[in-house]
Ligand binder design. Structure first.
Ligand code: ADP
Ligand code: MG
Ligand code: ZN
Length: 563
Protein backbone atom coordinates (compact mmCIF):
# COMPACT_ATOMS: atom_id res chain seq x y z
CA UNK A 1 0.00 0.00 0.00
CA UNK A 2 0.94 3.57 -0.24
CA UNK A 3 2.82 3.71 -3.44
CA UNK A 4 4.09 7.20 -3.89
CA UNK A 5 3.21 8.76 -7.12
CA UNK A 6 6.52 9.70 -8.58
CA UNK A 7 6.04 12.80 -10.62
CA UNK A 8 8.44 13.24 -13.39
CA UNK A 9 8.74 16.96 -13.44
CA UNK A 10 11.41 16.80 -16.06
CA UNK A 11 9.34 15.24 -18.75
CA UNK A 12 9.02 17.69 -21.57
CA UNK A 13 11.36 20.05 -19.90
CA UNK A 14 14.86 18.94 -20.50
CA UNK A 15 15.68 20.03 -23.94
CA UNK A 16 18.09 18.23 -26.15
CA UNK A 17 18.85 20.81 -28.79
CA UNK A 18 18.31 19.62 -32.31
CA UNK A 19 21.26 19.68 -34.61
CA UNK A 20 21.36 22.97 -36.43
CA UNK A 21 19.72 22.21 -39.70
CA UNK A 22 22.15 24.09 -41.87
CA UNK A 23 22.54 21.45 -44.53
CA UNK A 24 18.89 21.45 -45.43
CA UNK A 25 18.06 25.07 -45.35
CA UNK A 26 20.19 26.61 -48.07
CA UNK A 27 18.30 24.38 -50.48
CA UNK A 28 15.26 26.58 -50.04
CA UNK A 29 17.02 29.52 -51.57
CA UNK A 30 18.77 27.44 -54.16
CA UNK A 31 15.70 25.92 -55.74
CA UNK A 32 14.40 29.02 -57.51
CA UNK A 33 17.80 30.29 -58.45
CA UNK A 34 18.95 27.00 -59.86
CA UNK A 35 15.78 26.54 -61.82
CA UNK A 36 16.20 29.96 -63.39
CA UNK A 37 19.81 29.39 -64.23
CA UNK A 38 18.93 26.07 -65.76
CA UNK A 39 16.13 27.59 -67.77
CA UNK A 40 18.48 30.13 -69.28
CA UNK A 41 21.12 27.57 -69.98
CA UNK A 42 23.69 29.24 -67.85
CA UNK A 43 26.64 27.13 -66.96
CA UNK A 44 27.51 27.45 -63.35
CA UNK A 45 29.48 25.85 -60.64
CA UNK A 46 29.20 26.29 -56.92
CA UNK A 47 31.04 25.90 -53.73
CA UNK A 48 29.52 25.47 -50.27
CA UNK A 49 30.18 28.60 -48.30
CA UNK A 50 30.40 27.23 -44.87
CA UNK A 51 30.48 30.22 -42.65
CA UNK A 52 28.91 33.17 -44.28
CA UNK A 53 25.62 34.44 -45.48
CA UNK A 54 22.55 35.51 -43.65
CA UNK A 55 20.71 32.34 -44.54
CA UNK A 56 23.27 30.29 -42.79
CA UNK A 57 23.17 32.53 -39.81
CA UNK A 58 19.45 32.22 -39.72
CA UNK A 59 19.64 28.49 -39.98
CA UNK A 60 22.29 27.79 -37.44
CA UNK A 61 21.37 30.36 -34.87
CA UNK A 62 18.03 31.92 -34.94
CA UNK A 63 15.92 28.92 -35.80
CA UNK A 64 17.28 26.61 -33.10
CA UNK A 65 16.83 29.41 -30.65
CA UNK A 66 13.27 29.87 -31.71
CA UNK A 67 12.65 26.16 -31.47
CA UNK A 68 14.14 25.99 -28.03
CA UNK A 69 12.20 28.99 -26.88
CA UNK A 70 9.07 27.31 -28.15
CA UNK A 71 9.76 24.10 -26.34
CA UNK A 72 10.63 26.00 -23.22
CA UNK A 73 7.33 27.85 -23.29
CA UNK A 74 5.35 24.71 -23.82
CA UNK A 75 7.30 23.02 -21.07
CA UNK A 76 6.66 25.81 -18.63
CA UNK A 77 2.97 25.74 -19.36
CA UNK A 78 2.90 21.99 -18.86
CA UNK A 79 4.68 22.33 -15.58
CA UNK A 80 2.24 24.95 -14.50
CA UNK A 81 -0.60 22.60 -15.25
CA UNK A 82 0.82 19.72 -13.33
CA UNK A 83 1.01 22.04 -10.35
CA UNK A 84 4.61 21.22 -10.34
CA UNK A 85 8.03 22.45 -10.61
CA UNK A 86 9.13 25.68 -11.84
CA UNK A 87 12.75 25.91 -12.46
CA UNK A 88 14.28 24.08 -15.27
CA UNK A 89 15.33 20.61 -14.27
CA UNK A 90 16.76 21.85 -11.04
CA UNK A 91 14.59 20.39 -8.43
CA UNK A 92 13.25 16.93 -8.03
CA UNK A 93 10.93 17.64 -5.18
CA UNK A 94 7.95 15.39 -5.26
CA UNK A 95 4.72 17.16 -4.90
CA UNK A 96 1.72 15.26 -3.78
CA UNK A 97 -1.28 17.10 -4.90
CA UNK A 98 -4.18 16.52 -2.64
CA UNK A 99 -6.69 16.33 -5.45
CA UNK A 100 -5.45 12.91 -6.35
CA UNK A 101 -7.09 9.83 -4.99
CA UNK A 102 -3.86 8.73 -3.35
CA UNK A 103 -4.58 11.18 -0.59
CA UNK A 104 -3.42 9.94 2.79
CA UNK A 105 -5.26 10.88 5.95
CA UNK A 106 -4.83 10.22 9.66
CA UNK A 107 -7.02 7.15 9.23
CA UNK A 108 -4.28 5.50 7.23
CA UNK A 109 -1.76 5.92 10.02
CA UNK A 110 -2.54 3.74 12.99
CA UNK A 111 -1.00 3.05 16.35
CA UNK A 112 0.57 6.47 16.73
CA UNK A 113 -2.27 8.31 18.43
CA UNK A 114 -0.06 10.54 20.52
CA UNK A 115 1.88 11.73 17.51
CA UNK A 116 -1.35 12.41 15.68
CA UNK A 117 -2.72 14.35 18.63
CA UNK A 118 0.36 16.53 18.59
CA UNK A 119 -0.05 17.24 14.90
CA UNK A 120 -3.71 18.23 15.05
CA UNK A 121 -2.63 21.78 15.76
CA UNK A 122 -0.43 21.86 12.70
CA UNK A 123 -3.27 20.59 10.56
CA UNK A 124 -5.57 23.23 11.94
CA UNK A 125 -3.06 25.93 11.23
CA UNK A 126 -2.63 24.80 7.64
CA UNK A 127 -6.37 24.71 7.21
CA UNK A 128 -6.99 28.15 8.61
CA UNK A 129 -3.77 30.13 8.43
CA UNK A 130 -5.78 33.36 8.41
CA UNK A 131 -7.21 32.62 11.81
CA UNK A 132 -3.75 32.25 13.26
CA UNK A 133 -2.40 35.26 11.43
CA UNK A 134 -5.18 37.39 12.84
CA UNK A 135 -4.47 36.22 16.35
CA UNK A 136 -0.76 36.68 15.89
CA UNK A 137 -0.07 33.47 17.74
CA UNK A 138 3.22 31.73 17.42
CA UNK A 139 2.95 28.83 15.07
CA UNK A 140 5.46 26.02 15.06
CA UNK A 141 7.86 26.45 12.20
CA UNK A 142 9.50 23.11 12.10
CA UNK A 143 8.23 19.75 13.26
CA UNK A 144 10.65 16.89 13.50
CA UNK A 145 9.25 13.38 13.34
CA UNK A 146 11.47 11.00 15.22
CA UNK A 147 11.18 7.24 15.36
CA UNK A 148 12.62 3.93 14.24
CA UNK A 149 12.49 3.09 10.53
CA UNK A 150 9.12 1.92 9.31
CA UNK A 151 7.01 3.46 12.05
CA UNK A 152 5.21 5.69 9.58
CA UNK A 153 7.03 9.01 9.68
CA UNK A 154 6.83 9.60 5.95
CA UNK A 155 3.26 8.39 5.94
CA UNK A 156 2.31 10.69 8.79
CA UNK A 157 3.82 13.74 7.11
CA UNK A 158 1.72 13.01 4.05
CA UNK A 159 -1.31 12.46 6.25
CA UNK A 160 -0.89 15.89 7.80
CA UNK A 161 -0.95 17.37 4.30
CA UNK A 162 -3.91 15.17 3.43
CA UNK A 163 -5.87 16.19 6.50
CA UNK A 164 -5.21 19.85 5.84
CA UNK A 165 -5.77 19.52 2.12
CA UNK A 166 -2.54 21.26 1.22
CA UNK A 167 0.32 20.34 -1.06
CA UNK A 168 3.43 18.71 0.30
CA UNK A 169 6.83 19.33 -1.21
CA UNK A 170 8.96 16.44 -0.25
CA UNK A 171 12.63 15.90 -0.74
CA UNK A 172 14.78 13.22 0.76
CA UNK A 173 17.96 14.21 2.52
CA UNK A 174 19.87 11.49 0.77
CA UNK A 175 19.07 13.14 -2.55
CA UNK A 176 21.20 16.04 -1.51
CA UNK A 177 24.35 14.30 -0.55
CA UNK A 178 25.79 12.71 -3.61
CA UNK A 179 25.79 15.90 -5.53
CA UNK A 180 28.21 18.47 -6.65
CA UNK A 181 29.07 21.13 -4.21
CA UNK A 182 26.55 23.91 -4.44
CA UNK A 183 23.78 21.94 -6.06
CA UNK A 184 22.31 20.82 -2.76
CA UNK A 185 22.21 24.35 -1.45
CA UNK A 186 20.60 25.56 -4.67
CA UNK A 187 17.98 22.86 -4.34
CA UNK A 188 17.13 23.87 -0.84
CA UNK A 189 16.72 27.47 -1.99
CA UNK A 190 14.48 26.34 -4.82
CA UNK A 191 12.40 24.15 -2.61
CA UNK A 192 11.59 26.99 -0.29
CA UNK A 193 10.86 29.37 -3.12
CA UNK A 194 8.42 26.94 -4.66
CA UNK A 195 6.75 26.24 -1.37
CA UNK A 196 6.29 29.89 -0.49
CA UNK A 197 4.54 30.44 -3.79
CA UNK A 198 2.13 27.63 -2.96
CA UNK A 199 1.38 28.42 0.67
CA UNK A 200 -0.30 27.08 2.66
CA UNK A 201 1.72 23.94 2.22
CA UNK A 202 4.22 21.61 3.82
CA UNK A 203 7.87 21.21 3.06
CA UNK A 204 8.93 17.74 4.03
CA UNK A 205 12.56 16.75 4.28
CA UNK A 206 12.80 13.01 4.72
CA UNK A 207 15.96 11.51 6.21
CA UNK A 208 17.03 14.85 7.57
CA UNK A 209 20.09 13.24 9.13
CA UNK A 210 21.63 12.82 5.69
CA UNK A 211 22.14 16.56 5.46
CA UNK A 212 21.67 17.53 9.04
CA UNK A 213 24.50 15.56 10.60
CA UNK A 214 26.39 17.49 13.15
CA UNK A 215 28.98 19.60 11.37
CA UNK A 216 31.60 18.69 13.87
CA UNK A 217 31.32 15.00 13.05
CA UNK A 218 33.73 13.83 10.42
CA UNK A 219 36.68 15.86 11.50
CA UNK A 220 38.89 17.41 8.91
CA UNK A 221 37.38 15.75 5.90
CA UNK A 222 33.97 17.23 6.07
CA UNK A 223 31.70 17.07 3.13
CA UNK A 224 31.61 20.62 1.86
CA UNK A 225 28.49 20.05 -0.15
CA UNK A 226 26.59 18.76 2.80
CA UNK A 227 27.73 21.56 5.03
CA UNK A 228 26.68 24.13 2.45
CA UNK A 229 23.34 22.43 2.09
CA UNK A 230 22.82 22.41 5.81
CA UNK A 231 23.79 26.05 6.11
CA UNK A 232 21.42 26.95 3.34
CA UNK A 233 18.67 25.02 5.07
CA UNK A 234 19.28 26.93 8.28
CA UNK A 235 19.25 30.21 6.38
CA UNK A 236 15.97 29.33 4.69
CA UNK A 237 14.32 28.19 7.89
CA UNK A 238 15.33 31.37 9.65
CA UNK A 239 14.44 33.50 6.68
CA UNK A 240 10.74 32.90 6.64
CA UNK A 241 7.90 33.49 8.91
CA UNK A 242 5.61 30.57 9.59
CA UNK A 243 2.65 32.91 9.42
CA UNK A 244 3.19 32.74 5.67
CA UNK A 245 1.50 29.38 5.92
CA UNK A 246 4.42 27.08 5.26
CA UNK A 247 5.28 24.40 7.78
CA UNK A 248 8.53 22.53 7.56
CA UNK A 249 8.43 18.92 8.55
CA UNK A 250 11.33 16.54 8.64
CA UNK A 251 11.88 12.95 9.64
CA UNK A 252 14.81 11.10 11.08
CA UNK A 253 15.51 7.88 12.89
CA UNK A 254 18.77 9.15 14.35
CA UNK A 255 17.96 12.45 16.03
CA UNK A 256 21.11 12.19 18.12
CA UNK A 257 23.42 12.84 15.18
CA UNK A 258 21.62 16.00 14.09
CA UNK A 259 23.45 19.26 14.24
CA UNK A 260 22.27 21.02 17.39
CA UNK A 261 21.74 24.15 15.31
CA UNK A 262 18.78 22.45 13.64
CA UNK A 263 17.03 21.85 16.93
CA UNK A 264 17.40 25.36 18.26
CA UNK A 265 14.33 27.46 18.96
CA UNK A 266 12.57 28.71 15.86
CA UNK A 267 13.80 25.82 13.76
CA UNK A 268 12.82 22.23 14.38
CA UNK A 269 11.75 23.13 17.83
CA UNK A 270 8.91 20.66 18.01
CA UNK A 271 9.67 16.96 18.12
CA UNK A 272 7.04 14.34 17.63
CA UNK A 273 8.01 10.82 18.56
CA UNK A 274 6.67 7.76 16.81
CA UNK A 275 7.19 4.71 18.93
CA UNK A 276 7.10 1.14 17.85
CA UNK A 277 3.45 0.18 18.10
CA UNK A 278 2.19 -1.82 21.05
CA UNK A 279 -0.28 -4.69 20.86
CA UNK A 280 -3.27 -2.45 20.30
CA UNK A 281 -1.38 -0.30 17.86
CA UNK A 282 -0.29 -3.29 15.82
CA UNK A 283 -3.83 -4.54 15.60
CA UNK A 284 -4.96 -1.11 14.40
CA UNK A 285 -2.22 -1.04 11.77
CA UNK A 286 -3.18 -4.52 10.61
CA UNK A 287 -6.73 -3.35 10.31
CA UNK A 288 -5.66 -0.44 8.10
CA UNK A 289 -3.72 -2.71 5.80
CA UNK A 290 -6.36 -5.42 5.58
CA UNK A 291 -9.09 -3.01 4.59
CA UNK A 292 -9.04 -4.31 1.07
CA UNK A 293 -8.08 -7.88 1.89
CA UNK A 294 -10.61 -10.68 2.14
CA UNK A 295 -10.00 -12.23 5.53
CA UNK A 296 -11.14 -15.67 6.56
CA UNK A 297 -12.76 -16.01 9.96
CA UNK A 298 -9.65 -17.80 11.16
CA UNK A 299 -7.49 -14.76 10.53
CA UNK A 300 -8.03 -12.99 13.83
CA UNK A 301 -6.09 -9.74 13.71
CA UNK A 302 -5.69 -9.54 17.48
CA UNK A 303 -3.96 -12.90 17.44
CA UNK A 304 -1.69 -11.81 14.62
CA UNK A 305 -0.89 -8.62 16.54
CA UNK A 306 0.05 -10.70 19.57
CA UNK A 307 2.41 -12.74 17.43
CA UNK A 308 4.35 -9.72 16.20
CA UNK A 309 5.89 -7.88 19.16
CA UNK A 310 8.53 -5.34 18.23
CA UNK A 311 7.38 -5.07 14.65
CA UNK A 312 6.70 -1.72 13.09
CA UNK A 313 4.13 -0.55 10.56
CA UNK A 314 6.19 -1.39 7.52
CA UNK A 315 6.78 -4.95 8.81
CA UNK A 316 3.06 -5.40 9.33
CA UNK A 317 2.29 -4.03 5.88
CA UNK A 318 4.73 -6.57 4.47
CA UNK A 319 3.10 -9.39 6.43
CA UNK A 320 -0.36 -8.55 5.13
CA UNK A 321 0.97 -8.31 1.62
CA UNK A 322 2.85 -11.60 1.86
CA UNK A 323 -0.10 -13.39 3.41
CA UNK A 324 -2.33 -12.22 0.59
CA UNK A 325 0.19 -13.46 -1.96
CA UNK A 326 0.47 -16.82 -0.24
CA UNK A 327 -3.29 -17.20 -0.21
CA UNK A 328 -3.44 -16.31 -3.88
CA UNK A 329 -0.80 -18.88 -4.66
CA UNK A 330 -2.88 -21.50 -2.87
CA UNK A 331 -5.74 -20.48 -5.02
CA UNK A 332 -7.77 -19.61 -1.95
CA UNK A 333 -10.54 -17.08 -1.95
CA UNK A 334 -9.74 -15.74 1.50
CA UNK A 335 -6.58 -15.08 3.46
CA UNK A 336 -6.38 -17.52 6.32
CA UNK A 337 -4.60 -17.69 9.61
CA UNK A 338 -1.95 -20.05 8.23
CA UNK A 339 -1.07 -17.58 5.49
CA UNK A 340 -0.41 -15.01 8.14
CA UNK A 341 1.58 -17.47 10.21
CA UNK A 342 3.86 -18.18 7.32
CA UNK A 343 4.20 -14.53 6.40
CA UNK A 344 5.08 -13.71 10.00
CA UNK A 345 7.73 -16.42 10.05
CA UNK A 346 9.30 -15.04 6.91
CA UNK A 347 9.38 -11.47 8.12
CA UNK A 348 10.53 -12.57 11.56
CA UNK A 349 13.44 -14.42 10.03
CA UNK A 350 14.63 -11.23 8.40
CA UNK A 351 14.26 -9.30 11.62
CA UNK A 352 16.04 -11.93 13.68
CA UNK A 353 19.02 -11.52 11.45
CA UNK A 354 18.89 -7.84 12.19
CA UNK A 355 18.51 -8.65 15.90
CA UNK A 356 15.26 -6.84 16.35
CA UNK A 357 13.28 -9.56 18.01
CA UNK A 358 13.42 -10.36 21.70
CA UNK A 359 13.11 -13.86 23.09
CA UNK A 360 10.39 -14.65 25.62
CA UNK A 361 12.87 -14.76 28.51
CA UNK A 362 14.34 -11.44 27.54
CA UNK A 363 10.91 -9.97 27.29
CA UNK A 364 10.11 -11.14 30.79
CA UNK A 365 13.28 -9.67 32.18
CA UNK A 366 12.67 -6.36 30.47
CA UNK A 367 9.15 -6.35 31.88
CA UNK A 368 10.43 -6.79 35.44
CA UNK A 369 13.14 -4.25 34.89
CA UNK A 370 10.77 -1.57 33.66
CA UNK A 371 8.23 -2.41 36.34
CA UNK A 372 11.03 -1.85 38.84
CA UNK A 373 11.55 1.69 37.59
CA UNK A 374 7.82 2.29 37.58
CA UNK A 375 7.10 0.96 41.03
CA UNK A 376 9.91 2.90 42.62
CA UNK A 377 8.72 6.03 40.84
CA UNK A 378 5.23 5.41 42.19
CA UNK A 379 6.52 4.83 45.70
CA UNK A 380 9.05 7.52 46.43
CA UNK A 381 7.92 10.93 47.43
CA UNK A 382 9.56 13.19 44.88
CA UNK A 383 9.46 11.35 41.58
CA UNK A 384 7.68 12.72 38.55
CA UNK A 385 4.39 10.91 37.82
CA UNK A 386 4.66 7.82 35.64
CA UNK A 387 2.83 8.43 32.43
CA UNK A 388 3.48 5.15 30.70
CA UNK A 389 5.66 2.09 30.88
CA UNK A 390 6.50 -0.07 27.91
CA UNK A 391 8.57 -3.01 26.86
CA UNK A 392 8.53 -1.87 23.24
CA UNK A 393 11.93 -0.43 22.51
CA UNK A 394 11.77 3.26 21.94
CA UNK A 395 15.25 4.10 20.80
CA UNK A 396 18.27 2.30 19.50
CA UNK A 397 19.81 0.13 22.19
CA UNK A 398 16.96 0.45 24.66
CA UNK A 399 14.66 -2.49 25.34
CA UNK A 400 11.89 -0.72 27.14
CA UNK A 401 11.16 2.53 28.83
CA UNK A 402 9.33 4.16 31.66
CA UNK A 403 8.04 7.59 30.82
CA UNK A 404 7.63 10.08 33.59
CA UNK A 405 6.12 13.44 32.91
CA UNK A 406 6.85 16.27 35.30
CA UNK A 407 3.85 18.15 36.61
CA UNK A 408 5.50 21.44 35.90
CA UNK A 409 8.83 22.67 34.71
CA UNK A 410 11.53 22.58 37.31
CA UNK A 411 14.48 24.88 37.60
CA UNK A 412 15.93 23.60 40.79
CA UNK A 413 16.25 20.26 42.43
CA UNK A 414 16.63 19.59 46.09
CA UNK A 415 18.78 16.83 47.47
CA UNK A 416 15.82 14.55 48.32
CA UNK A 417 14.48 15.02 44.81
CA UNK A 418 17.78 14.02 43.27
CA UNK A 419 17.98 11.02 45.54
CA UNK A 420 14.52 9.89 44.55
CA UNK A 421 15.40 10.32 40.92
CA UNK A 422 18.44 8.11 41.39
CA UNK A 423 16.28 5.55 43.19
CA UNK A 424 14.01 5.38 40.16
CA UNK A 425 17.02 4.87 37.88
CA UNK A 426 18.21 2.01 40.04
CA UNK A 427 14.76 0.43 40.33
CA UNK A 428 15.24 -1.59 37.16
CA UNK A 429 18.28 -3.38 38.36
CA UNK A 430 16.85 -3.84 41.84
CA UNK A 431 13.80 -5.58 40.37
CA UNK A 432 15.97 -7.92 38.33
CA UNK A 433 17.99 -8.77 41.41
CA UNK A 434 14.89 -9.58 43.43
CA UNK A 435 13.11 -11.65 40.79
CA UNK A 436 16.11 -13.53 39.42
CA UNK A 437 17.75 -14.32 42.76
CA UNK A 438 20.63 -11.92 42.39
CA UNK A 439 21.33 -12.58 38.74
CA UNK A 440 21.35 -9.25 36.96
CA UNK A 441 21.77 -8.45 33.28
CA UNK A 442 23.57 -5.90 31.15
CA UNK A 443 20.27 -4.09 30.65
CA UNK A 444 20.98 -1.66 33.44
CA UNK A 445 24.21 -0.21 32.12
CA UNK A 446 22.66 3.00 30.92
CA UNK A 447 20.71 3.45 34.14
CA UNK A 448 23.87 2.95 36.16
CA UNK A 449 25.78 5.38 34.01
CA UNK A 450 23.22 8.09 34.54
CA UNK A 451 22.91 7.39 38.23
CA UNK A 452 26.69 7.45 38.68
CA UNK A 453 27.01 10.72 36.82
CA UNK A 454 24.28 12.27 38.92
CA UNK A 455 25.67 11.09 42.21
CA UNK A 456 29.11 12.34 41.24
CA UNK A 457 27.60 15.72 40.56
CA UNK A 458 25.89 15.64 43.94
CA UNK A 459 29.30 15.33 45.49
CA UNK A 460 31.51 17.42 43.23
CA UNK A 461 29.19 20.09 41.83
CA UNK A 462 26.29 20.59 44.20
CA UNK A 463 28.23 20.43 47.44
CA UNK A 464 25.62 18.13 48.92
CA UNK A 465 27.95 15.71 50.60
CA UNK A 466 28.53 16.36 54.27
CA UNK A 467 31.80 14.48 54.01
CA UNK A 468 33.31 16.76 51.37
CA UNK A 469 31.56 19.97 52.25
CA UNK A 470 30.07 22.79 50.20
CA UNK A 471 32.80 22.94 47.61
CA UNK A 472 33.04 22.09 43.96
CA UNK A 473 35.70 19.69 42.85
CA UNK A 474 37.29 19.41 39.44
CA UNK A 475 36.29 21.01 36.16
CA UNK A 476 32.58 21.31 35.42
CA UNK A 477 31.30 19.51 32.39
CA UNK A 478 30.37 22.71 30.64
CA UNK A 479 33.98 23.90 30.60
CA UNK A 480 35.39 20.67 29.25
CA UNK A 481 35.25 21.77 25.65
CA UNK A 482 38.02 24.20 26.43
CA UNK A 483 40.36 21.32 26.97
CA UNK A 484 42.12 19.59 24.15
CA UNK A 485 41.32 15.92 23.81
CA UNK A 486 44.87 15.12 24.82
CA UNK A 487 45.13 16.95 28.09
CA UNK A 488 44.20 14.92 31.09
CA UNK A 489 41.55 16.37 33.27
CA UNK A 490 43.09 18.99 35.48
CA UNK A 491 42.29 18.03 38.99
CA UNK A 492 42.31 20.72 41.56
CA UNK A 493 42.19 18.23 44.36
CA UNK A 494 44.47 15.73 45.93
CA UNK A 495 44.63 12.00 45.50
CA UNK A 496 43.09 11.65 48.92
CA UNK A 497 40.13 13.84 47.95
CA UNK A 498 39.70 11.82 44.76
CA UNK A 499 39.45 8.76 46.92
CA UNK A 500 36.91 10.47 49.16
CA UNK A 501 34.81 11.52 46.20
CA UNK A 502 34.69 7.95 44.94
CA UNK A 503 33.89 6.59 48.37
CA UNK A 504 31.18 9.15 48.97
CA UNK A 505 29.59 8.53 45.55
CA UNK A 506 29.62 4.82 46.17
CA UNK A 507 28.16 5.17 49.63
CA UNK A 508 25.29 7.28 48.32
CA UNK A 509 24.49 4.99 45.44
CA UNK A 510 24.61 1.92 47.64
CA UNK A 511 22.29 3.51 50.15
CA UNK A 512 19.81 4.62 47.54
CA UNK A 513 19.97 1.24 45.86
CA UNK A 514 19.15 -0.50 49.12
CA UNK A 515 16.21 1.83 49.51
CA UNK A 516 14.92 1.02 46.01
CA UNK A 517 15.32 -2.66 46.64
CA UNK A 518 13.48 -2.32 49.93
CA UNK A 519 10.53 -0.68 48.21
CA UNK A 520 10.34 -3.42 45.59
CA UNK A 521 10.74 -6.24 48.06
CA UNK A 522 7.87 -4.85 50.04
CA UNK A 523 5.73 -4.52 46.91
CA UNK A 524 6.68 -7.78 45.28
CA UNK A 525 3.03 -8.65 44.68
CA UNK A 526 2.60 -5.46 42.68
CA UNK A 527 5.90 -6.03 40.93
CA UNK A 528 4.66 -9.39 39.69
CA UNK A 529 1.17 -8.34 38.73
CA UNK A 530 2.33 -5.26 36.84
CA UNK A 531 5.14 -7.10 35.08
CA UNK A 532 2.71 -9.85 34.09
CA UNK A 533 0.26 -7.36 32.65
CA UNK A 534 3.11 -5.55 30.93
CA UNK A 535 4.17 -8.77 29.22
CA UNK A 536 0.66 -9.22 27.94
CA UNK A 537 -0.10 -5.68 26.91
CA UNK A 538 3.41 -4.37 26.30
CA UNK A 539 2.44 -0.83 27.23
CA UNK A 540 0.65 0.25 30.37
CA UNK A 541 -0.72 3.70 31.02
CA UNK A 542 -1.23 5.45 34.27
CA UNK A 543 -4.83 4.28 34.54
CA UNK A 544 -3.80 0.65 34.04
CA UNK A 545 -1.22 0.99 36.80
CA UNK A 546 -3.70 2.51 39.21
CA UNK A 547 -6.06 -0.33 38.54
CA UNK A 548 -3.38 -2.97 39.16
CA UNK A 549 -1.81 -1.55 42.28
CA UNK A 550 -2.80 -3.06 45.58
CA UNK A 551 -4.79 -0.45 47.41
CA UNK A 552 -3.94 0.72 50.91
CA UNK A 553 -0.21 0.72 50.42
CA UNK A 554 1.76 2.52 53.08
CA UNK A 555 2.75 4.93 50.31
CA UNK A 556 -0.83 5.76 49.40
CA UNK A 557 -0.32 9.35 50.46
CA UNK A 558 2.48 9.90 47.98
CA UNK A 559 0.50 8.22 45.25
CA UNK A 560 -2.31 10.65 45.74
CA UNK A 561 0.17 13.41 45.20
CA UNK A 562 1.42 11.83 42.01
CA UNK A 563 -1.91 11.85 40.29
P1 ADP B 1 9.26 5.66 8.01
O1 ADP B 1 9.19 6.89 7.18
O2 ADP B 1 9.00 5.92 9.47
O3 ADP B 1 10.46 4.83 7.81
P2 ADP B 1 7.12 4.91 6.32
O4 ADP B 1 6.15 6.01 6.56
O5 ADP B 1 7.95 5.03 5.11
O6 ADP B 1 8.04 4.73 7.58
O7 ADP B 1 6.34 3.53 6.34
C1 ADP B 1 6.45 2.61 5.31
C2 ADP B 1 5.14 1.91 5.09
O8 ADP B 1 4.79 1.11 6.20
C3 ADP B 1 3.99 2.87 4.92
O9 ADP B 1 3.84 3.25 3.60
C4 ADP B 1 2.81 2.07 5.41
O10 ADP B 1 2.35 1.21 4.42
C5 ADP B 1 3.42 1.22 6.49
N1 ADP B 1 3.26 1.84 7.80
C6 ADP B 1 4.26 2.29 8.60
N2 ADP B 1 3.79 2.79 9.74
C7 ADP B 1 2.45 2.69 9.67
C8 ADP B 1 1.38 3.06 10.57
N3 ADP B 1 1.63 3.62 11.75
N4 ADP B 1 0.12 2.81 10.16
C9 ADP B 1 -0.13 2.23 8.97
N5 ADP B 1 0.82 1.88 8.11
C10 ADP B 1 2.10 2.09 8.43
MG1 MG C 1 10.49 7.29 5.66
ZN1 ZN D 1 16.39 0.68 33.08
Amino acid sequence: MGVLREEKPNSGKVVTPHMPQASRLPAMGETTLLKELDAHGVKFSGRMESSSGWLYALASWVLPLLIMAGIYRVGIRKMGQSGGLLTFGKNRAKIHDQSEQLKVTFEDVAGVDEAKAELVEVVDFLKHPKKYQALGGRIPKGVLLVGPPGTGKTLLARAVAGEAGVAIFSLSGSEFVEMFVGVGAARVRDLFEQAKAKAPCIIFIDELDAIGKSRSVGGVFTNDGREQTLNQLLVEIDGFDSSEGVIIMAATNTPEVLDPALLRGGRFDRQVTLDRPDLEGREAILRVHTRKVKLAASADLSVIAARTPGMVGSDLATIVNQAALLAARRGAAEVERRDFEEAIDRVMLGLEKKKQVMSAEEKERVAYHETGHTLVALSVKHADPVHRVSIIPRSVGALGYTLQLPLHEKYLMTQPEIEDQIAVMLGGRAAEEIIYQGVVSTGSSNDLERASELVRQVVTRFGMSAELGPLTWGVPNSARFLQTPFSTEPRNYSERTAHMINEEARRMITEIYAQAKGILTERQADLKSIAGELMRKETLYRADLDRLLTPAQPTAASQGRLQ
